[in-house]
Design a protein around this ligand. Structure first.
Ligand code: ADP
Ligand code: MG
Length: 364
């Protein structure tokens, strides 16, 4: 059988952070940057994995549990085999435009590109949304169970279901995924992503700690997840740290709804205010920002961004800003200048438009 080539996008989350694993709401956008995999099927059950972004080649059997980056690929193959798909051994090569470890979900881009290529090899219909949802679930299990990163499902879901020109409203209470048109161009606005180059690691404990605190807060309130908690009920949480964590999640869900309403009304100032409030909540209540993210957000705002927030899991990674197109260069220059003045590594800035979901590029 000939090789297949498949690709999947990274994502930037517009709003709704650390809500996915709390049965909540988020509003990610697929990036134009993509990860591409070439998968040549083998007639044995060997995996040979190479990546242009990694020095280490990995070779083993499909049932092995590699560490490091190979787990993202082998984990998807295994999760799909667990689902009853006859995923074959593979010679796989990876290349990516998505910055790695920047909070822009290079991990889900890799997983979903592999899942899409394997789906083509085992003859699944990628035009069927249920098939795409099944692949997203396999990728989530790969990241949780095979890689060991306790992330929610936002990244894989948007990578499999995004539509160009749209953000995707995800509701983890009922599993719905609703495209939300994002006509920024017509409004003279752009989305600016600022990668602080402070690398975050989702397996190093901070992310899992917040997830654990949210579970404890839900337990203290006697609700199944923080999605079911009201703002007024949070007073009954005795521990002030848990109370703040819960307040972030509860208010963040409300902010996602406000953001969707503002986008629907084409009320960009209102959207921007919600982005700002989200950053304050992540900085002060959830405590997942860092000096570099705060500097990026504050500098972007001072230089003319309508609103800005850190995005992704936190503890480093990227910020996203809503910027008038004619101020985009000035905002980027200000951010680079502020980092230079502070003696920090230069960030990487990207103006992004909402990209397309995972797709087959060629074959079988
Ligand atoms: P993010 O998803 O925000 O980029 P993660 O920590 O979730 O950050 O995932 C980054 C990890 O995913 C990398 O350390 C590596 O193991 C794996 N990865 C992502 N992209 C690639 C790639 N192109 N080649 C090899 N491994 C990759
Ligand atoms: Mg990731």
């Amino acid at each position: 059988m000939p090789a297949v080539v498949a690709s999947a996008p990274g994502r930037v989350n517009l709003i709704g952070e650390h809500t996915d694993y709390n049965g909540g709401l988020c509003l990610p956008v697929a990036l134009p940057q993509r990860t591409t995999v070439t998968l040549a099927p083998r007639d044995d059950l060997t995996l040979r994995l190479t990546s242009a972004q990694e020095d280490q080649t990995w070779e083993g059997r499909v049932e092995d549990h590699p560490g490091g980056w190979a787990a993202y690929v082998a984990g998807v193959v295994q999760a799909m085999r667990d689902d009853g798909h006859a995923a074959p051994g593979l010679d796989a090569s990876v290349d990516s435009e998505v910055p790695v470890g920047a909070g822009l979900s290079s991990s889900a881009a890799l997983e979903c590109a592999v899942a899409t290529g394997v789906a083509a090899l085992v003859d699944l219909d990628l035009a069927d949304r249920r098939v795409r949802r099944g692949l997203a679930q396999a990728c989530i299990r790969a990241e949780n169970e095979y890689v060991g990163a306790p992330t929610g499902g936002m990244d894989q879901t948007v990578a499999m279901l995004a539509e160009p020109g749209h953000a995707l409203l995800l509701d983890f209470a009922d599993g719905s995924a609703t495209p939300v048109e994002l006509p920024l161009d017509g409004a003279g606005l752009v989305l600016l992503v600022i990668d602080t180059r402070v690398s975050h690691a989702l397996t190093d404990g901070g992310y899992g700690n917040r997830r654990q605190e949210c579970a404890e807060a839900a337990g203290a309130l006697g609700v199944r997840s923080l999605r079911d908690a009201s703002l007024s009920s949070l007073r009954s949480i005795a521990d002030p740290v848990l109370r703040r964590r819960a307040r972030h999640v509860v208010t963040e869900n409300l902010r996602v709804l406000s953001a969707v309403g503002a986008i629907g009304d084409r009320s960009w100032e209102a959207l921007a205010a919600v982005l700002d409030a989200s950053h304050v909540s992540m900085r002060d209540d959830f405590e997942i920002s860092c000096r570099e993210l705060d500097l990026a957000v504050e500098t972007a705002r001072t230089a003319g961004a309508l609103g800005a927030r850190m995005t992704g899991g936190g503890f480093g990674g990227s910020a996203v800003a809503l910027v008038p197109r004619q101020l985009s260069s000035a905002v980027q220059d200000s951010v680079l200048g502020a980092f230079r003045d502070a003696g920090l590594t230069q960030p990487a800035c990207y103006v992004v438009t909402p990209g397309e979901a995972a797709r087959l590029e060629s074959g079988p």
